[in-house]
Design a protein around this ligand. Structure first.
Ligand code: NDP
Length: 345
């Protein structure tokens, strides 16, 4: 097993593989981040190419897809790098002055990237040859656990497949301390063969839920879950700002928030059923009533000196629901109003 990226999450992933007895090679752009892992038995590669060459399964968990593309030498969203990265193009056929496009500017233009063991700990070093890296992927499984969009996942899956790699994309529904515990969930999609072959290894990270062959599906679920999560966090921030405006300690008020949100969570399955059936008529709390009451959330914010920017979009959506003659319906009727394309997928 290879883990590329030793931020908070990458370290946790590598630690879980080690805990489960998987020989693990690690690499990070900035040298010197693998110390604790090497003390636990990991091998720290000097270059990304060396790390990839070390294992049939390569897990990448870096900040974002720009970072993934830099590490792997994959084309950027503009596709400009495609010109430089046509499969089968020999490394030395590129114009040296253009090589810097792969490495975030860390190399001197005109300098060929060479595996470089001379990085100073704590300082991002030059990436070690994106071309060399992408050429090493053939026959391996690339498991990308970096947060991204479905489109980014599908593009990277296509690119990896063109290079002979099996691709799995994953969304980690856990924070680093949860990795390897029963509370951790990794959503996964992409190559069914790769999933069958490596499910056992990946289960070191927690529960692994395979969502099918479409590499973008795990990212879609991940982003949808994060959207729900940020709705909740935004609501909590607003609630504590309101009570805090009268010096009520957050610790005193928060147990009520937790109990209230838990009670409200029980209504989600019924809303989901209404959405699937496209029948929003069964409701004890119609939209029209909620739109009226919501005005008080905005007014209280203004009275208490608390900004209402988190609430205003929801108020506007409720008003749109009423204007669309859905005032007698359940809140679930608003889901279709969020679509920019009115047709359901
Ligand atoms: P950190 O900020 O702790 O670490 C970021 C990592 O990305 C570092 O290893 C960093 O290397 C690397 N990196 C950044 N830019 C580049 C680049 N251009 N080239 C190469 N490497 C780069 O983030 P996390 O580890 O917490 O997060 C990693 C991924 O996991 C993210 O996509 C995040 O959304 C996801 N995630 C994180 C969770 C969390 O709670 N932490 C929860 C669920 C998912 P360097 O050390 O050199 O800067």
């Amino acid at each position: 097993m290879t883990v590329i990226g030793l931020g908070a999450m990458g370290k946790a992933l590598a630690g879980a593989f080690l805990d489960n007895g998987h020989p693990t090679t690690v690499w990070n752009r900035t040298a010197g981040r693998g110390g604790e892992l090497t003390a636990r038995g990991a091998t720290e590669a000097a270059t990304a190419a060396e790390a990839i060459a070390a294992s049939p399964v390569v897990v990448v968990c870096v900040l974002d897809y720009d970072a993934v593309r830099e590490v792997l030498g994959a084309p950027g969203p503009s596709g400009l790098e495609d010109v430089l990265d046509t499969p089968g193009t020999p490394d030395d056929s590129r114009t040296p002055d253009t090589l810097g496009t792969f490495d975030g500017g860390s190399r001197t233009p005109g300098t060929l990237e060479a595996p470089d063991g001379s990085r100073t700990p704590g300082t991002p070093g030059p990436l070690d040859g994106s071309r060399a890296v992408s050429g090493l992927l053939a026959g391996r499984t690339l498991v990308n656990l970096t947060n991204g969009t479905p489109r980014q996942a599908r593009e990277l899956a296509r690119w990896a497949s063109e290079r002979g790699a099996d691709y799995l994309d994953g969304g980690i529904m856990a924070v680093p301390p949860m990795i390897g515990t029963p509370g951790s969930l990794v959503l996964c999609s992409g190559s069914p063969e790769a999933f069958t072959a490596h499910e056992g290894t990946l289960s070191a990270l927690g529960a692994v839920d395979y969502l099918g062959e479409d590499a973008g599906r795990a990212a879609l679920y991940d982003i949808a879950l994060l959207s729900a999560m940020y709705g909740m966090f935004g609501g909590f921030l607003q609630a504590v700002a309101l009570t805090g405006s009268e010096r009520i300690p957050a610790t005193e008020f928060t147990p009520l928030v937790v109990a209230w949100l838990n009670a409200m969570l029980t209504s989600l399955p019924a809303m989901a059923k209404a959405y699937d059936a496209n029948d929003h008529s069964a409701t004890a709390s119609n939209l029209g009533m909620q739109a009226k009451g919501f005005v008080n959330l905005l007014e209280t914010g203004r009275d208490q000196g608390v900004r209402t920017e988190l609430l205003e979009p929801m108020g506007a959506l409720l008003d749109r629901g009423v204007a669309a003659n859905r005032g007698g319906d359940d809140l679930s009727a608003l889901i279709d109003l969020l679509r920019t394309n009115p047709a359901r997928g």
